[in-house]
Structure formats: structure tokens, C-alpha cells
Design a protein around this ligand. Structure first.
Ligand SMILES: Nc1ncnc2c1ncn2[C@@H]1O[C@H](COP(=O)(O)OP(=O)(O)O)[C@@H](O)[C@H]1O
Ligand SMILES: [Mg+2]
Length: 234
């Protein structure tokens, strides 16, 4: 579904992503793990067309998307849940969710998807009228994921969904990510928390200083002594 070949991203003279190659098959949950500063967010932003690429190809469903306008990407079926969530703080929860569906016209299907998001996150239903800026961090993460789902994406890009959240909230968020994945959603999950990400995913790539240094089956990587030492603190 997603085929990334030799992707590079640079900020001025600084190369944050150095010619990385990876892919995500339809229906897979693939993790991209690595320490702070490895280049994970830059990679996702380049995929979501929020950053220009400094080289390489990105094909989505067989189509080159490296030159597509960012606002068109959501129509193509790619939704990004950004690091730090990016909810609209002065809009209510329900309004944030409605914004996620702004490219859609099928009212009945939108209503059904809203019900689905509320069933995944009952907390959001309870707080439907509350301003998003007054939600806790975990609730804002739920809202950001819910808003992305409202665009009915084919590919969901998640940037550090566990960041800054209490363990109980991380469990809740990851349980929903698994549910969404099991229902068939294709997901590229970026996480600094390698253990969580490897446990949730089928395959994974490890990024270090802008390069992919390891890849494979998530279960194999979890058992890899190099991964355990560098990322699982063992
Ligand atoms: N807006 C920016 N301007 C300049 N350098 C940046 C910017 N954003 C990120 N970088 C640099 O790019 C590298 C990769 O950052 P990032 O993609 O955010 O990594 P990660 O998400 O893995 O923590 C880091 O060295 C970071 O300092
Ligand atoms: Mg990041």
C-alpha cells in the first residue's frame, strides 16, 4: 500500500532523514521506532506532505504522492495524527470530530462513523460538548485519533500516541489502536516506546540518526539483544 524508496528530508543543511526505504502492506500495523531525534516525525511529516522531501519516492496505492498538495492527501486516504495531537482547542469535541470528516459528503456514513468513534472512545461521547482544549492529554489523544478516523482513511499515520500519557491512558489508547488494526486498518505507528510499539505491531523498522538500521518481524526484534539493549533498557 505504501512504498517508500530512498526518502530523504532536510532542514536547511541538516539532513534529518537519510535515504530510507520501507513499505507498509495493506492491513498491516507497522512500527517505526527509535530514540528522540532519530527522524521519525520528519519521516511521517514527509509522508503527510507537511514537509518537502529532499529526495526519494513515496508511492501510495501505486501512485506517486511526493508532489501532491497536502490538503489533497486526506482525499487520497492518508490521515496523520500528529505528535502533540493538534486538536482544535477552542472547538468542542464533536466539532473536532466533524472537522475530520470535512472532505466527505455522505451524511449517513459520517453519522455511522461518529457512532463508531464514540463506541471506541466512550469518554469522547460523554464530553461531546466540551472544548477540546479543556480535555486531559489522554482524552486529546483519543480525540486526535477519532478525528483522523472520521476521514475514513486507508492509511493511518500515528506519531507518538503514548507521549506524555499516564500508563493507564497509554493502555487504553493502545487497546483502541489494536482494535482498529484488527478491524483491518493499515497503520504506520511511530513510537519512542519501542516495547509498546513492537508488542502491538507485526513488523517494525528501527531508525537511528536518520537511517533505518534494523527491520523485521516485530516479535524477532523484541527478542533481538541489540534492540533489547538499545531500546528496552536491558
Ligand atoms: N523544524 C526543524 N528545524 C531544524 N531541525 C529539525 C526540525 N525538526 C526536526 N529537526 C531535526 O531533525 C532531526 C530529526 O528530528 P525528528 O524527526 O523530530 O525526530 P524524532 O521524531 O525521531 O524524535 C533532529 O536532529 C531534529 O533536531
Ligand atoms: Mg518525533
Amino acid at each position: 500500500m505504501l512504498e517508500v524508496t530512498g526518502l530523504s528530508v532536510a532542514y536547511g543543511g541538516i539532513q534529518a532523514v537519510r535515504s530510507i526505504t520501507f513499505h507498509v502492506n495493506e492491513g498491516e500495523l507497522v512500527a517505526l521506532v527509535g530514540a528522540n531525534g532519530a527522524g521519525k516525525t520528519s519521516t511521517l511529516k514527509a509522508l503527510a506532505r507537511m514537509l518537502d522531501t529532499a529526495g526519494g519516492d513515496v508511492h501510495f496505492l501505486g501512485r506517486d504522492i511526493t508532489a501532491i498538495a497536502p490538503h489533497r492527501l486526506i482525499r487520497e486516504g492518508i490521515a496523520l495524527v500528529p505528535e502533540g495531537r493538534g486538536v482544535f482547542p477552542r472547538l468542542a469535541v464533536a466539532e473536532n470530530l466533524a472537522m475530520g470528516a470535512f472532505v466527505r459528503r455522505d451524511k449517513a456514513a459520517i453519522a455511522a462513523d461518529l457512532d463508531h468513534v464514540y463506541s471506541l472512545f466512550p469518554r469522547l461521547k460523554e464530553r461531546a460538548g466540551q472544548l477540546a482544549g479543556t480535555l486531559s492529554g489522554g482524552e486529546q489523544q483519543m480525540l486526535a485519533i477519532g478525528r483522523a478516523l472520521m476521514s475514513r482513511p486507508k492509511l493511518l499515520l500515528l506519531d507518538e500516541p503514548s507521549m506524555g500519557l499516564a500508563p493507564i491512558m497509554v493502555q487504553k489508547i493502545f487497546s483502541v489502536i489494536r482494535t482498529v488494526a484488527e478491524a483491518g486498518m493499515t497503520i504506520l505507528l511511530v513510537e519512542q516506546n519501542a516495547k509498546l510499539a513492537l508488542e502491538a505491531s507485526q513488523r517494525a523498522y528501527v531508525m537511528e540518526s536518520g537511517e533505518i538500521t534494523l527491520s523485521g518481524n516485530a516479535a524477532d526484534l523484541l527478542g533481538d539483544p541489540k534492540v533489547r539493549q538499545a531500546y528496552l533498557g536491558e
